[in-house]
Design a protein around this ligand. Structure first.
Ligand SMILES: *Cc1c(COP(=O)(O)O)cnc(C)c1O
Length: 380
């Protein structure tokens, strides 16, 4: 039996054709027409007028934080329930991450806790400079409330939409359209991939112009090499942008497929005591990047690790949910405003194989394995 992966790359003839086109045109470097095309097409998909293609989502977060004005010594309020790249970017600009927990209904940043955390940081005399909010597993926080908190506190919002390309609210607003700027990732296991890559999107033409400038070593527009700022080598290759354009052509299909996968898991687990599927708040259409479940061991008869190891023994990859940043050794000593939601999700949560190339047979194999985990209760 072949191994089943969590979220492997899923390519079509279009990616191959566009990659060969880029190669044959000799636009191997620097940049090139596929970079411009990818920026235009991704911006249009998300509904944002400006976009800069970068070497990673992490690079987009780094430059985004710099360009909304975060300076060394500042505090940035950050979702604790996320991948380390989010919080690392705060360190890259010399600022201090202060972590805030998730709301149970969204798994993303809790606006009430955020407001209290900002007030408390300010009361202690700290210079809060921005809010960095993460769209986890294709979900989004209540952005109406988050935007209101940011406006009230007069703070710029940066959206880490690395996991949420293709997520949309019923009112038409897409993940990546909130805040001063947003970051996407095209790393290997994301819903679309260029092998590695990222994008910064914004409504602010000047911010995106400055992103491109900083991402190409901050060169002055003169014939010789002259610099007035420290720059970075963060642009996306034209070859990879060609792959990204092909992937983008199939994004809507991928969202549809991943949602169908999530719904099949949901139906299979609906009657199982102690199993809970990830939420999808009303008004939100998630891209269902990864299907996540929460297992209450006291009710289910098994815990998350038992299920994960049982799947692994059959060559099926699954993974615990993100370990919150306030529990990470590297961020030990950082302040955190937490109330147990992300701790509980980390302890009980599991991501299941969700790739858009997962066949129904393979998903049946995953489901059968989960259901025959020794000790699992089938009835209450
Ligand atoms: C993947 C990811 C990133 C980093 O993106 P890269 O392209 O791998 O640098 C940042 N934040 C979150 C939430 C992610 O899942």
């Amino acid at each position: 039996m072949s191994r089943i992966y969590l979220s492997p790359p899923h390519m079509s003839e279009d990616e191959r054709r566009l990659l060969l086109d880029a190669f044959d045109s000799n636009w191997i470097a620097p940049l090139g027409p596929h970079v411009d095309g990818f920026e235009r097409e991704l911006g249009a998909y998300v509904g944002m007028p400006y976009a800069a293609a970068l070497s990673s989502g992490t690079a987009a977060l780094h430059l985004g934080l710099m360009l909304v004005g975060v300076r060394p010594g500042d505090v940035v309020m950050c979702s604790t329930f996320t991948f380390a790249a989010t919080a690392n970017a705060i360190r890259y600009v010399g600022a201090e991450p202060v972590f805030v927990d998730s709301a149970d209904e969204t798994w993303c940043l809790d606006p009430n806790l955020l407001a209290r955390a900002i007030a408390s940081e300010r009361a202690a005399g700290r210079r809060v400079a921005a809010v960095l909010s993460v769209d986890l597993y294709g979900l989004m926080p209540d952005y109406d409330a988050i935007e209101a908190v940011c406006a009230e506190a007069d703070l710029p919002l940066v959206e880490d939409a690395a996991e949420a390309l293709g997520t949309r609210r019923d009112d038409g607003r897409a993940a990546g359209s909130f805040g001063a700027c947003a970051a996407f990732s095209f790393n290997g296991n994301k819903i679309i991939t260029t092998s590695g890559g990222g994008m910064l999107v914004s409504r602010d033409a000047d911010l995106v112009q400055r992103t491109r400038y900083l991402a190409t070593q901050a060169r002055d527009p003169v014939p010789h090499y002259q610099h007035q700022a420290i720059g970075y080598n963060y642009r996306l290759s034209n070859l990879l942008a060609a792959v990204g354009r092909g992937q983008l052509m199939h994004l809507d299909e991928k969202v549809t497929t991943r949602r169908a996968i999530r719904d099949r898991y949901g139906r299979a687990f609906a009657g199982l005591p102690g199993f809970r599927l990830m939420p999808e708040p009303t008004g939100l259409r998630s891209n269902a990047w990864l299907t996540c479940i929460e297992i209450d061991p006291d009710v289910a008869g098994v815990d998350r690790e038992a299920v994960r190891l049982h799947l692994e023994a059959d060559g099926i990859e699954s993974r615990p949910l993100w370990k919150p940043m306030h529990q990470q050794p590297v961020f030990e000593g950082c302040r955190a405003y937490v109330d147990g939601v992300s701790d509980r999700l980390f302890e009980r949560g599991l991501c299941l194989p969700s790739g858009s190339s997962l066949t129904e047979d393979d998903q049946q194999r995953v489901l059968a394995r989960v259901l025959d985990t020794p000790g699992l209760r089938r009835t209450p």
